[in-house]
Write a protein that binds this ligand. Structure first.
Ligand SMILES: *Cc1c(COP(=O)(O)O)cnc(C)c1O
Length: 371
């Protein structure tokens, strides 16, 4: 029986060649590959500056620091996200203030933001979840009205767009991730993008131990970190980003096959819906179990036995132990997020899947849903 993992990066012969060239060159960090990757990335997004980093999480940390956030500040963000987005708020000593999500896009619900704004609110950290943009028009206008900085966690949404504009171009800065399960990978890696020169200068310095922009070796002008991306990762990034439009097209096709083979199970599950004004870049394929009385975790266990890796996606952050106890959030605070956390699961999703694979996964899922 064929086994289907949840995710799997596709590494081509050309990808390997690019990385090997770096290894042969002897320049493993601080070289031209990183600068080329940044340039190509900025061009793809349609933004002025890009700053390559060791991870998406590092990018979120620097984006919040660049916005001047610190102790006493509140940051509005989504409870339905990978934990890294809320954790970054804690890194700078600010307080994450969660707001429930809209059922259509699983991202921040603009209608619920204003009632959580206080005199301490300084920023909205919006998360584009599963490859789809949040409702940016309303979120940006709320931010303008209250003079808040918008930062986009676009780690899952490279190539997604909203009203014809790419995710990552709406905020003061935006952050992408190249972890192996993302649409493109550099192993570990991330990218901060911005149109703001000051933010870019801060990021370039802070990722590099706080050195000045002319990079004099021991001139440290601020507290910095080692958040640099190395040259092997950058070379892999260059190779992958040139294929990105094709990668997204393939993922769209795979999502289309899922929709085709899962549609008939409409009473049991809900397949991903396109929210208005948005184009998906398909990070993961997440379905919602709507069959009355069904136990999502048992379904995952049975699928595993049938050779289909599936995973609960995602737990609500406010109910994780160290948020729950540290910030006095309670079950029931964010009903949409909690309902989805209890009912959603991610199915295998990667570029090597063929139509026959998707059909087979659909069959196995139906066997599980029928019991
Ligand atoms: C992947 C991801 C991150 C973190 O990226 P890393 O590169 O793994 O640090 C942050 N936020 C979201 C929503 C993600 O999916």
């Amino acid at each position: 029986m064929k086994y289907y993992p949840l995710a799997k990066p596709r590494i081509t012969a050309r990808d390997k060649k690019y990385v090997l060239e770096v290894l042969n060159s002897g320049v493993l960090s601080g070289g031209e590959k990183t600068r080329i990757f940044e340039k190509k990335f900025a061009e793809f997004i349609g933004i002025k500056y890009a700053c390559a980093l060791a991870s998406g999480t590092a990018g979120l940390h620097l984006a919040l620091l660049a916005a001047g956030l610190g102790p006493g500040d509140e940051v509005i963000t989504s409870p339905f996200s990978f934990v890294a987005s809320a954790n970054a708020v804690l890194y700078v000593g600010a307080r994450p203030v969660f707001v429930d999500i809209e059922p259509a896009s699983y991202a921040l619900d603009p209608a619920q933001i204003e009632k959580r704004i206080t005199a301490r609110t300084k920023a909205i950290l919006v998360v584009h979840i599963f490859g789809q943009s949040a409702e940016m028009k309303h979120i940006v206008s709320i931010a303008r009205k209250y003079n808040l900085v918008v930062i986009e966690d676009a780690c899952e949404a490279i190539g997604a767009s909203y009203r014809g504009r790419k995710a990552g171009t709406f905020g003061q800065s935006a952050v992408f991730s190249f972890y192996p399960n993302k649409q493109i990978t550099t192993g570990e890696g991330g990218m901060l993008v911005t149109n703001n020169r000051k933010v870019w200068e801060f990021c370039s310095s802070a990722r590099n131990q706080g050195r000045t922009s002319d990079m004099r070796w021991l001139d440290h002008v601020r507290l910095g970190y080692n958040y640099r991306m190395d040259e092997m990762s950058s070379a892999l990034g260059i190779a992958q980003i040139t294929r990105l439009p094709q990668i997204i097209q393939e993922r769209e096709k795979i999502a289309g096959w899922y929709e085709k083979y899962l549609r008939p199970y409409g009473g049991f599950i809900r397949v991903p819906q396109a929210a208005p004004h948005r184009t998906h870049s398909w990070f993961v394929y997440v379905i919602e179990i709507v069959k009355p009385g069904a136990d999502r975790d048992r379904i995952i266990k049975f699928l595993q036995r049938l050779g289909v890796s599936a995973k609960a996606y995602l737990p609500s952050i406010h109910l994780l132990d160290f948020y729950h106890s540290g910030f006095h959030y309670r079950k029931g605070d964010f009903p949409v997020s909690e309902r989805l956390s209890a009912r959603t699961l991610a199915l295998p999703f990667y570029n090597d899947l063929k139509e026959a694979d998707v059909k087979e996964i659909g069959h196995r899922l139906l066997r599980v849903l029928r019991v």
